[in-house]
Design a binder for this molecule. Structure first.
Ligand code: NAP
Length: 415
């Protein structure tokens, strides 16, 4: 019996593995890809063309990604009557590293978000969202180049845990009665109830990953963004646990208190500063003092907001990349962060940038830094040349609108 019921086994390539806590990447890794719904395939197919070209240029045929298309979303439902076939999650877990386009999620009913399901099923506890400006990208601020941050958002807990009860249901009534009789807390009788669990385990592993990333990538600081002044035992605890984790890194990190007490107010060279900011002030800070922030580690809901706000600040919401990563198991799913933009489906029109830059994150994760750098260079070159998809063209003076596939070729030309 093979591993899959519905997919043929890939004919070439090898699986990526975790060996002694490190990712081991063969020269021809098998990487599952979910093309996505709506206009998703325009992003992913053109994205793959770009990533393949970069790998070829960087390694001249010595390395190559063996793409393994797997189904999810509408495509899977139409063909097989299920939104996320078991074989798809099996492939994602077995091959460790994968990439996906956007998937359709109906609002207020229907099936639950496939993205959230995948993150929980694979315990992908870090949602990593780098935000940087590419010269020429239209944006709403004066100095977009000053913002260059990487958000580490906790991906499995907080109000996203899905523990909530609708107003008026017996469960909500029961919780309200329990809070009144057992816990001495009064809640209005006509309330819906949600629970916000945040654990030491979940918070610490996220913050640990952010600090490790900062050290490995020579970043200057890790800022814990929290609302601990109000939610003391969840977000406040997140901050406390973070400073505990920081101690594990010895003299590789330094806190603001240590800088004041031991280093005369000057951050010593080569150490990563670990500090914290209240969530609401963080939104002002990234606008007013963007250059002071670098890696941001934060619980789920804050992370959702700050990663989109930061991306919007550099005009990059439509091209913002993302990765969902479990650094312990090595399992990672990289993904375009926008939705399926269904009205443009099949028109070869949408911007494939988010998928492509997620591919850059994936190449960096594989350690294929040369190929990642080529894609970045090509992307920046295509934007400078002002041959861009409709979304950028309508905001850039003197730009020529090109199709998704032509934009991909433009990127390849500028590598
Ligand atoms: P959306 O698909 O992101 O589209 C909203 C608008 O954003 C589009 O109409 C378009 O703007 C612009 N846009 C999105 N992707 C673009 C691209 N690649 N290039 C250029 N412009 C792009 O958001 P939505 O309409 O709220 O959601 C549609 C479906 O996607 C829903 O089922 C939702 O659940 C799902 N979704 C999936 C994911 C995911 O899988 N990660 C994430 C978010 C949403 P203009 O109209 O101005 O051209």
């Amino acid at each position: 019996m093979g591993l899959f019921k519905i997919y043929p086994e890939p004919k070439e390539g090898q699986k990526i593995e975790m060996k002694k806590g490190k990712l081991w990447v063969p020269d021809k890794p098998i990487i599952p890809v979910i093309y996505g719904d709506g206009s998703g395939p325009d992003c992913s197919k053109n994205g793959i063309t770009v990533l393949d070209a970069a790998v070829k240029k960087a390694y001249g045929g010595r390395k190559k990604i063996v793409w393994f298309p797997v189904e999810a979303g509408q495509e899977a439902f139409n063909k097989r009557g299920e939104w996320m076939p078991t074989d798809t999650t099996t492939a994602i877990k077995h091959y460790l590293v994968s990439i996906k386009g956007p998937l359709e999620t109906p609002v207020g009913g229907g099936h639950r978000s496939l993205n959230v399901a995948l993150r929980q099923e694979c315990d992908l506890y870090c949602c990593v969202r780098p935000v940087q400006w590419f010269e020429g990208v239209p944006n709403p601020v004066k100095e977009p180049e000053k913002l260059d941050v990487v958000v580490f958002r906790e991906n499995t807990e907080d109000v996203y845990a899905g523990i909530e009860w609708k107003q008026g249901t017996p469960e909500a009534q029961k919780m309200i009665a329990f809070l009144a009789t057992q816990m001495g807390k009064k809640v209005r009788a006509d309330s819906g109830i949600g629970v916000k669990p945040m654990s030491a385990t979940g918070s610490k592993r996220l913050i640990r990953a952010a600090i490790k990333y900062a050290i490995a990538n020579k970043r200057r600081s890790v800022t814990m963004m929290h609302k601990g002044n109000i939610m003391k035992f969840t977000e406040g605890a997140f901050r406390e646990w973070g400073y505990e984790v920081a101690k594990e890194f010895g003299d590789q990190v330094v806190t603001e208190q240590e800088i004041a007490e031991k280093f005369g107010g000057q951050k010593p060279e080569g150490k990563v500063l670990v500090n914290d900011r209240i969530a609401d002030s963080m939104f002002q800070q990234i606008l007013l003092r963007p250059g002071e922030y670098d890696v941001i580690a934060t619980p789920n809901l804050n992370g959702d907001y700050i990663s989109d706000a930061a991306a919007a600040q550099v005009g990059g919401l439509g091209i913002a990349p993302g990765g969902n990563i479990n650094y312990d198991t090595g399992l990672a799913v990289f993904e375009a962060t926008h939705g399926t933009a269904p009205k443009y489906a099949g028109q070869d029109k949408v911007n494939p940038g988010s998928f492509i830059l997620s591919g850059v994150m994936m190449l960096e994760y594989l350690g294929w830094k040369e190929a990642a750098a080529l894609v970045n260079r090509g992307f920046a070159g295509a934007i400078k040349a002002k041959r861009v998809t409709y979304d950028f063209a309508r905001q850039m003076e003197g730009a020529e609108e090109v199709k998704s596939s032509e934009f991909a070729q433009e990127i390849i030309k500028h590598m």
